[in-house]
Design a protein around this ligand. Structure first.
Ligand code: FE
Length: 291
């Protein structure tokens, strides 16, 4: 007998549903990674989805707060967010743009909605840094929508490549603009028309997840395929060849992976270090104005 699925096919090893949460000055969001159910998925520490048409859910924004020891990745779908930090950096995130911020040794910033009404939708992902990079200088990689490649990868399937690589339907490899050798991240936003299918090879040795945010999709091959509906995350495992098939309404999903750091994590709020002593030092440094 031949197996129903090739030995190297990826499958959903666990499903996690986001939970309603509130952060900043009362922004309502869905926490998918970083809550009780899934505290982290090395190297990822947090995934929040913002998605609301109600200004009262987002207007208060995220006033001044610190970060140290990791990276925050903001990917906007709808609405505008202005960021400012205590080193004089400022920018406006518009729909379709990405900001990959390496907090490193620390900064204090605000992330405030620019609009007064309409829809706000997007994601924030936290990516850990290895011990050797935790105290690096802060750095921004910020890209407008037109700088993020949109690649036709199969019939009815288009992928926005924020980080990592995909193969176009013409066989040409396309790479996203973000560079981070420490975790070698892949960050893809895939849109599939109703019933469309796509196969994508995941980077070897990475931890990976898919997060469906529109419609529904079958992930995996043959008997092992599992359905993810909107606001469900699937932790991926098994082999490295992932098959995605959209449901009847089509789907849109994030497909994210990174090389695990396998280091101890000492975490408190906006500080993510390796030891408790380093966490204490972060509080002292913040209080003494060294951010
Ligand atoms: Fe922040």
């Amino acid at each position: 007998m031949s197996p129903a699925t090739p030995f190297d096919s990826t499958r959903v090893v666990r499903k996690v549903r986001g939970r309603a949460a509130s952060d900043g000055a009362g922004v309502r969001l869905t926490r998918v990674i970083g809550g009780q159910e899934l505290p982290d998925l090395d190297p990822f520490l947090l995934l929040d989805e913002f998605g609301t048409d109600r200004p009262e859910d987002y207007l208060a924004g995220f006033p001044d707060h610190p970060h140290r020891g990791f990276e925050t990745v903001t990917y906007m779908l709808d609405g505008r967010m202005r960021h400012r930090d205590n080193h004089g950096n400022e920018g406006l995130l518009v729909p379709g743009s990405v900001q990959w911020m390496t907090a490193g040794r620390g900064l204090v910033h605000s992330e405030m909605p620019e609009q007064q009404e309409g829809r706000m939708r997007g994601f924030q992902l936290w990516v850990n840094l290895p011990a050797k990079d935790k105290m690096t200088a802060p750095r921004y990689q910020e890209f407008a929508p037109e700088r993020i490649p949109l690649v036709a990868v199969a019939e009815g399937v288009e992928v926005r490549v924020v980080a990592g690589e995909v193969s176009g339907d013409d066989g040409v490899r396309v790479r996203g603009p973000i560079e981070q050798p420490a975790t070698d991240p892949m960050y893809l936003d895939a849109s599939l028309a109703p019933g469309a299918a796509w196969e994508h090879r995941l980077p070897e040795g990475h931890n990976a997840f898919a997060y469906v945010f529109e419609g529904d999709a079958l992930l995996g091959s043959g008997d092992e395929a599992r359905q993810l509906v909107a606001h469900e995350l699937g932790i991926l495992g098994g082999g490295d060849l992932l098959r995605v098939q959209a449901g009847a309404a089509g789907t849109r999903l994030l497909l994210v992976s990174g090389r695990p750091l396998r280091e101890p994590v000492a975490r408190h709020g906006p500080f993510v270090m390796n030891t408790r002593e380093e966490l204490m030092q972060a509080f002292v440094d913040l209080q003494e104005g060294r951010f």
